[in-house]
Design a protein around this ligand. Structure first.
Ligand SMILES: [Zn+2]
Length: 167
């Protein structure tokens, strides 16, 4: 796991308590390891970097006060840049979307909101399920407003190499 800030540490602690065998980067990981990028707000630069290095990953981060788990990025699944492009494509207000992401890119991760803190155990439970069969969840994204998440799946862009299983 890559934990950024207080929320990152909280989820790593919960995951250990849930019995997940946690290695904290950079303890040394292989290609078959799934890296959870945990933070109280999106850290797309970290996810992008891991994806470019062909490291399977799953973001676990706060998104507008809600917990987001995913997209699960494994070999053969849509890449992180496809996720970012789809997110942007579906933005209701593109200018606000870009402004928020630009802001998050420059600030230190804020302490988690109370809502996010309460959701840390949900993040650990979701990770445990994903780790049982990561490939089966490739491209899946879950957004938790409460205890039950809404689920989505990233569709690769037409001309992206990941569409043919290459990155
Ligand atoms: Zn792609």
């Amino acid at each position: 796991m890559v934990g950024v800030g207080d929320f990152g540490r909280a989820v790593i602690g919960e995951a250990r308590e849930a019995g997940i065998d946690v290695a904290v980067v950079p303890d040394g990981l292989g290609d078959d390891a799934l890296v959870a990028v945990v933070a109280s707000r999106p850290v797309p630069a970290v996810a992008r970097e891991l994806d470019r290095a062909a490291q399977p990953l799953v973001p676990v981060w706060g998104m507008h006060g809600a917990l987001q788990v995913g997209p699960v990025i494994t070999a053969g699944a849509p890449c992180f840049e496809c996720y970012e492009a789809r997110l942007r494509q579906h933005a209701v207000d593109l200018e606000a979307h870009d402004a928020v992401l630009a802001h998050w890119a420059t600030v230190a991760p804020p302490p988690p909101t109370e809502a996010l803190r309460v959701q840390a155990p949900l993040a650990a439970t979701a990770l445990k399920r994903i780790l049982e069969e990561p490939e089966a969840f490739g491209g899946c994204v879950w957004r938790y407003e409460g205890a039950t998440p809404s689920e989505g799946r990233v569709i690769a862009r037409n001309r992206c190499p990941c569409r043919r299983g290459r990155r």
